[in-house]
Design a protein around this ligand. Structure first.
Ligand SMILES: *[C@@H]1O[C@H](CO)[C@@H](O)[C@H](O)[C@H]1NC(C)=O
Ligand SMILES: *[C@@H]1O[C@H](CO)[C@@H](O)[C@H](O)[C@H]1NC(C)=O
Ligand SMILES: *[C@@H]1O[C@H](CO)[C@@H](O)[C@H](O)[C@H]1NC(C)=O
Ligand SMILES: *[C@@H]1O[C@H](CO)[C@@H](O)[C@H](O)[C@H]1NC(C)=O
Ligand SMILES: *[C@@H]1O[C@H](CO)[C@@H](O)[C@H](O)[C@H]1NC(C)=O
Ligand SMILES: *[C@@H]1O[C@H](CO)[C@@H](O)[C@H](O)[C@H]1NC(C)=O
Ligand SMILES: *[C@@H]1O[C@H](CO)[C@@H](O)[C@H](O)[C@H]1NC(C)=O
Ligand SMILES: *[C@@H]1O[C@H](CO)[C@@H](O)[C@H](O)[C@H]1NC(C)=O
Ligand SMILES: *[C@@H]1O[C@H](CO)[C@@H](O)[C@H](O)[C@H]1NC(C)=O
Ligand SMILES: *[C@@H]1O[C@H](CO)[C@@H](O)[C@H](O)[C@H]1NC(C)=O
Ligand SMILES: *[C@@H]1O[C@H](CO)[C@@H](O)[C@H](O)[C@H]1NC(C)=O
Length: 449
């Protein structure tokens, strides 16, 4: 009877914060050696109330043995020096729901490592040194895994079955890695995915079926990649899509919204900071969509197509919060300026030499268009950048102008010649006529015709 009471007492003492933190102090001194095998009880503070094991910022080089924290649902191991996750250690924490191992030195996570962590819901592995995700790495967590954080690693290779069976996952964060392409079908199983973050990678190409079947996808961040081409049908069937950010890529051309498969429920599409020069490619996005489209910071050519775009913007009684400027041969042109200069009817001089500084054009609900200017600093930077482009184009333009000038002078000569001939004929006939009248007055009747 007493023994039972004493045992249960010691049991509760074990998980008392006071005692564990004093244990922590003791072990802090002894854990300096490399080979020490320590338990959670020794090095962490287990907070019974929240089933939370505080093990962060402790310079741990391995996951502690679960003793003392077996019931933990929240295991915080961030900011340590852990290099690997071993099956024998992690499977001791069978109740864990949130595993935070961000900012460690993990280089590899092998397949089937989490098969005993069925209740794992959030896995945070950001800020490690992973370079590859193996097939079946999340095997065992399929029923509960909702969020996967893999930001700030060095992931270059995703094996095609890396996200095998993860039918409940809603968020997958892979930003700031080294991905260059997406293996076909990589996201096939992620039927419930809502947020897919692929920003700040080196992705050069997106293929038609890369996002196939992601019917719940709402937010797709792709900014800061090197995508030069979007294939038709890329967004086909993604009926929940709301935000797509393609800013800071290398896009030059883009299929129409319809052939891309974009839906009308979309809220924002960011195409800023790309390599678009031809403004007419973006017209279907600006004037036929119900969502906000950002097109600022593209090296648009100030040509007829652009002039038409401006006309349309002004026709819409667009709200222009700050003047939109156009830069040509050292001169900035306002959106309200007469830009006929850049669009000659003969189309010979239409290769105008200006690059346009389009600021933010946000188009919404076919009525409001807001154009906000870049900050002063950005503007100067832009001007500097475009100087290069402008000077090269100037050279081409000088040649064009020369040709045009020659042509025009030829026309002028012909014109003068015709006019002179005409004048000559008129004057002569007039003289002949006057001469006749003069002779008639003198009584000579020889002049009849
Ligand atoms: C751990 O021990 C190994 C061999 O005993 C040694 O090479 C390594 O440098 C040690 N690491 C640390 C962090 O002390
Ligand atoms: C996993 O979660 C379920 C539902 O909350 C619970 O019944 C079960 O005991 C948990 N399993 C473990 C091993 O914690
Ligand atoms: C992951 O689990 C599935 C089925 O549960 C299995 O088919 C697959 O082989 C496993 N992956 C690995 C790498 O073991
Ligand atoms: C990207 O990740 C690296 C570590 O891999 C980190 O040093 C860097 O600060 C991260 N960059 C950003 C913009 O978060
Ligand atoms: C989409 O993701 C970005 C970056 O993660 C975030 O800033 C934005 O709020 C998200 N939008 C929605 C609707 O969740
Ligand atoms: C798209 O990403 C860029 C770069 O990260 C960011 O500045 C911009 O605000 C994002 N666009 C939207 C609509 O969130
Ligand atoms: C796009 O622009 C970037 C930055 O100006 C440049 O480095 C890149 O080569 C361009 N890509 C293409 C395909 O034109
Ligand atoms: C610009 O794009 C439009 C539509 O895609 C195309 O018809 C036109 O030929 C392009 N202009 C130039 C100069 O490439
Ligand atoms: C504008 O949208 C309507 C309705 O979706 C579509 O029928 C039409 O082809 C679109 N026009 C252009 C130029 O994209
Ligand atoms: C702008 O409006 C005027 C008159 O309302 C019209 O003649 C002209 O075609 C319109 N221009 C464009 C580009 O829509
Ligand atoms: C713009 O300038 C051209 C000649 O450069 C002129 O023919 C035209 O009438 C001007 N348009 C307006 C609206 O002033």
């Amino acid at each position: 009877m007493w023994v039972v009471i004493i045992l249960s007492l010691t049991g509760s003492i074990h998980s008392s914060p006071l005692l564990t933190s004093s244990l922590e102090e003791q072990t802090q001194v002894t854990k300096d050696t490399n080979e020490t095998v320590y338990t959670c009880e020794q090095v962490c503070w287990y907070e019974d109330w929240f089933s939370r094991a505080h093990c962060y910022n402790r310079q741990l080089d391995q996951i502690p043995i679960s003793t003392g924290c077996e019931r933990a649902t929240l295991l915080e191991l961030q900011n340590n020096n852990i290099k690997s996750i071993t099956f024998e250690r992690i499977s001791g924490y069978t109740h864990v729901r949130t595993l935070d191992m961000s900012r460690n030195k993990i280089t590899v996570v092998f397949s089937n490592i989490f098969v005993n962590n069925h209740n794992l819901t959030n896995i945070i592995l950001s800020g490690n040194k992973l370079d590859k995700l193996y097939n079946g790495v999340f095997n065992g967590t399929e029923r509960n895994l909702l969020r996967i954080y893999l930001r700030d690693n060095k992931i270059e290779i995703l094996e095609a079955g890396a996200f095998f069976g993860l039918g409940h996952t809603i968020s997958l964060y892979l930003s700031n890695n080294s991905l260059t392409h997406l293996p076909s079908g990589i996201f096939n199983d992620l039927k419930d995915l809502k947020h897919l973050c692929l920003m700040q990678n080196n992705i050069v190409e997106l293929r038609r079926h890369d996002f196939k079947g992601l019917h719940h996808l709402e937010n797709l961040t792709l900014q800061g990649n090197k995508v030069g081409n979007l294939q038709q049908g890329l967004f086909h069937g993604l009926q929940s899509l709301k935000e797509v950010n393609l800013s800071k890529n290398h896009l030059i051309h883009i299929p129409s919204p319809r052939s891309l498969g974009l839906h009308h429920h979309m809220m924002t599409l960011d195409l800023s900071n790309n390599n678009f020069t031809n403004s007419s490619t973006l017209v279907p996005f600006l004037f036929n969509s119900t969502y906000v489209v950002y097109i600022h910071d593209n090296p648009f050519t100030c040509d007829c197509a652009y002039k038409k775009l401006q006309e349309k913007l002004l026709n819409l009684s667009a709200y222009v919060s700050q003047p939109l400027k156009c830069y040509s041969e050292g001169i900035l042109y306002d959106i309200h300026d007469n830009l006929s200069l850049f669009c000659n009817e003969h189309n010979v001089v239409s290769t105008s030499s200006s690059s346009l500084l389009v600021s933010t054009i946000a188009y919404h609900e076919e009525e409001e268009v807001s154009v906000s200017q870049l900050s002063k600093v950005e503007n100067t930077f832009q001007v500097k950048q475009h100087n290069v482009v402008v000077t090269t184009r100037e050279n081409i333009n000088i040649r064009n102008n020369y040709v045009v000038y020659q042509d025009q002078s030829n026309y002028l000569m012909w014109y003068i010649a015709i006019v002179l001939t005409f004048l000559l004929i008129t004057v002569t006939s007039l003289l002949v006529y006057l001469c006749c009248i003069f002779r008639r007055q003198k009584g000579v009747t020889a002049c009849k015709g």
